[in-house]
Design a protein around this ligand. Sequence first.
Ligand SMILES: [Zn+2]
Length: 341
Amino acid sequence: MREQLAALEQEALAAIQGTENLQTLEDLRVRFLGKKGEVTAILKQMGGLSPEERPQIGQLANALSETLTAALGVRREVLEAKSLDERLSREKLDITIPGQRLAVGKQHVMMKTLDEALDIFIGMGFSIAEGPEVELAANNFDKLNIAEGHPSRDWGDTFYFDADSAYALRPQTSPVQVRVMESQKPPIRVVSPGRVYRKDEVDATHSPMFHQIEGLVVDKGVTMADLKGTLNALIGQLYGEGTKTRFRPHFFPFTEPSCEVDCQCFKCRGAGCPMCKGEGWIELLGSGMVHPNVLRNCGIDPEIYSGFAFGMGLERMTMMRYNISDLRLIFENDLRFLRQF
Ligand SMILES: [Zn+2]
């Protein structure tokens, strides 16, 4: 039995020294010192020993337990230190590695133009009004003095959302003006920016969806002089103080009289260049005095109040401001293009 214990000691110490990880070490502890372990198994055979031998073997067995416990403890410390070293070297933080660059977005060139324009309008005392893109056909057309069958209804006749043709995509932001006039009492001074939809094929200057910004002023005694003064101030701030403007007679169903407004080409100052197609003038916006029928349709008495309205395409404004030759670039979202602004 002494030999058995001696052999077991040798085997156990060799196994403990040879193990490389903590789990195996724990398995060895159970195998040798556990309740069903090998040392215990030997002790159980002691019943067959003589009374003289029993205490001696018992002592040897206890000594073996202590030796193995000590060996396990030493090996555990070694392995724990080793695993800590490994973890430290694995999780090493190298503060000299360059940081990750955070990509910061920027405003889209058209939204930049819109913000600039809105700033100017707010400075002139306008407030901002918004409305739905799917709009009552009555607000899109009828109340704006565009009766069923009117030729100017054609380009805005796009998508209807119901069998009765009561709802359609708005072809301009003018229905927002209808909503404002129906819900507010004059004096009214609003601008309404937003998306509009038309029957246009996509090319360098057209898109079936684009953005407009429209303005409306209604008050007592508003005249064409107020319209000209307001638009001259706007164009001066957008394209430089003293930019010459030209008001050409035009027809819109919802204004009377109506005019288109040109500004002197800010590239060539009127001499003629590719930007203005050699004309020296650039068409900027449409405007006019609100038609009495429109005021009446919206519950405002044209005998007491008068007003003017104007509208322009935001894409076109952006193209002129930043010298962009193709409208499609604004929607294609090519970052190489957008990053320039
Ligand atoms: Zn020019």
